[in-house]
Write a protein that binds this ligand. Structure first.
Ligand code: BES
Ligand code: MN
Ligand code: ZN
Length: 496
């Protein structure tokens, strides 16, 4: 989509539809009030008739022939003026995009100075909402209906708005690419395809290289945990590695390590999952998809920060070659793990991927993983839980998430939890039989492999893959691209 900022008044902008936010409980204030004057009180009259209502989420298309630069006005409720935030605008933008996408190509949006988010934040949210909101997961339908929208104009004149709009559009497009990877069926999106995607990205942007270790190299590196998870599948694993080395990094000694869980299908293995909704486990590679596509975004933006990205890609299958509960395996850092549940495979593949990222020089590590059902039980589909070995690093990750729209909430770690993964036979076990703190103990497990230096873990099991629409700008079931916006925001802050 072509996205552009124009220092033009809403009354004069040319487009198929002009969209304006309508706040509730204050008559027609702000930008909607100004347009009402230009329309000689038309909106007031519609409002008095009950045709125009200010409930949040309601979109009305009003024909305004001749009186504005556009022939139609889309008025969208955003709730009470003092509470309008970036998410309210993202959702409003998505609803408008959905409403007009069948017939309009050119959409304009008013930047409303009377609302709390500043103009740059509004532009970012409106671009996010329009681009993420017009994403459709129906790529595999024979008669998929795509949105007609091809251009978005933001009417605003504050300084620097064009840069905000361009960046938001770029990041939203990479986010939608991550969604494509997650929504792709597991018969298409296997470890090798993910590695191919990384190579494709590396060839499309500068200073980025990609490689992928196959099963033999994985074993040769001593990655017994990743190898064990992969051994039940006929589709071989890949450790996908991307290196972004810009010419003049702001902090040459800092290497951001991005580690992703990329289980392209999680059956649970011998500890087989129930059949109901098992198809959603194609989304178990969402962490890997996010780190790979976010690395592409960072490189396309040319952010001056070194990045090392590692995605552990494998299937988790039952079968004659599958690893078993009771198996004791040795991870690349030499620690031994008693497998007590083959469905706790994510922490195993991450154990080796985290080690590899450190071994390759990552100084500040963030991993993203659809790791535990317990996290989804705790936080639902909105927040990811953030765990860390260092409070300051955790707070930076949480702040980047909150600023980007990828909501993140700090969760605790404590050495006292370590006993949950104590094993009688080995250095640790990969799951506990207690139904307690499942997400925390998974993080405690990962900590054993996170090495020295700041490490944070984002358990994205809830927000990465929606079982159903969330009722906001993520309008559809399926992958959300969670993490791409968070990572790009974090990388920008670190490279400042
Ligand atoms: N991929 C799942 C976690 C998951 C569940 C993600 C639901 C998204 C939605 C993970 O591999 C898993 O199976 N975890 C187990 C761990 C348990 C066996 C200790 C879980 O959470 O049940
Ligand atoms: Mn599992
Ligand atoms: Zn899994």
């Amino acid at each position: 989509m072509n996205v552009e900022v124009q220092a033009v008044s809403p009354e004069e902008v040319e487009a198929d539809v002009l969209a304006v936010p309508l706040t509730s409980g204050n008559g027609l204030a702000g930008a909607a009030g100004a347009l009402d004057s230009a329309l000689d009180g038309l909106l007031q009259r519609l409002s008095a008739d009950g045709e125009l209502r200010d409930e949040p989420g309601r979109v009305r298309i009003v024909h305004v022939d001749g009186k504005l630069g556009t022939s139609r006005l889309a008025v969208v409720g955003v709730g009470s003026a003092d509470k309008v935030d970036a998410d309210a605008l993202r959702t409003a933008a998505a609803l408008v995009a959905e409403e007009v996408g069948d017939f309009a190509e050119h959409l304009a949006w008013v930047v409303d100075d009377s609302l709390p988010p500043d103009a740059a934040e509004q532009v970012r949210a409106l671009v996010d909402g329009t681009l993420l909101g017009s994403y459709h997961p129906a790529r595999w339908k024979s008669d998929g209906s795509a949105s007609k929208l091809s251009a978005l104009v933001l009417c605003g004149s504050a300084k620097g708005l064009a840069a905000s709009a361009d960046r938001a559009a770029l990041v939203a497009e990479w986010t939608n690419r991550a969604r494509d990877l997650v929504n792709s069926p597991p018969n298409e999106m296997n470890p090798e395809r993910l590695a191919e995607r990384a190579r494709e990205i590396a060839s499309s942007v500068e200073h980025l290289t990609a490689e992928a270790l196959g099963p033999d190299e994985i074993k040769a590196q001593g990655m017994g945990a990743l190898a064990a998870v992969a051994q039940g599948s006929d589709t071989p694993p890949r450790l996908v590695v991307l290196r972004y080395d810009p010419p003049e990094p702001t902090h040459p000694e800092l290497v951001l390590g991005l580690v992703g869980k990329a289980i392209t299908f999680d059956t649970g293995g011998i500890s087989l999952k129930p059949a109901l909704h098992m198809e959603d486990m194609k989304g178990d590679m969402a962490g890997g998809a996010a780190v790979i596509e976010a690395t592409g975004a960072i490189a396309e933006l040319g952010l001056p920060i070194r990045v090392l990205t590692v995605a552990a890609a494998s299937e988790n299958m039952p079968g004659g070659h599958a690893y078993r509960p009771g198996d004791i395996i040795t991870a690349a850092n030499g620690k031994t793990i008693e497998v007590t549940n083959t469905d706790a495979e994510g922490r195993l593949v991450l154990a080796d991927a985290l080690w590899y990222a450190r071994e390759q020089g990552a100084t500040h590590v963030l991993d993203l993983a659809t790791l535990t059902g317990a996290m989804e039980v705790a936080l639902g589909d909105f927040y990811a839980g953030i765990f860390s070995n260092e409070d300051a690093w955790r707070d930076q990750v949480v702040a980047a998430g909150e600023a980007s729209g990828d909501h993140a909430w700090a969760f605790p770690m404590h050495p006292r939890y370590r006993r949950y993964v104590d094993s009688v036979f080995a250095d640790m076990k990969n799951s506990s039989d207690l139904r307690q703190a499942g997400a925390v103990l998974a993080a405690e497990f990962l900590k054993e492999f996170a090495g020295d230096g700041p490490w944070a873990h984002a358990d994205i099991a809830g927000p990465a893959f929606l079982e159903r629409s969330r009722g906001d700008y993520l309008m559809h079931r399926g992958g959300t691209g969670y993490g791409v916006r968070l990572i790009v925001e974090l990388a920008s802050r670190l490279s400042a």
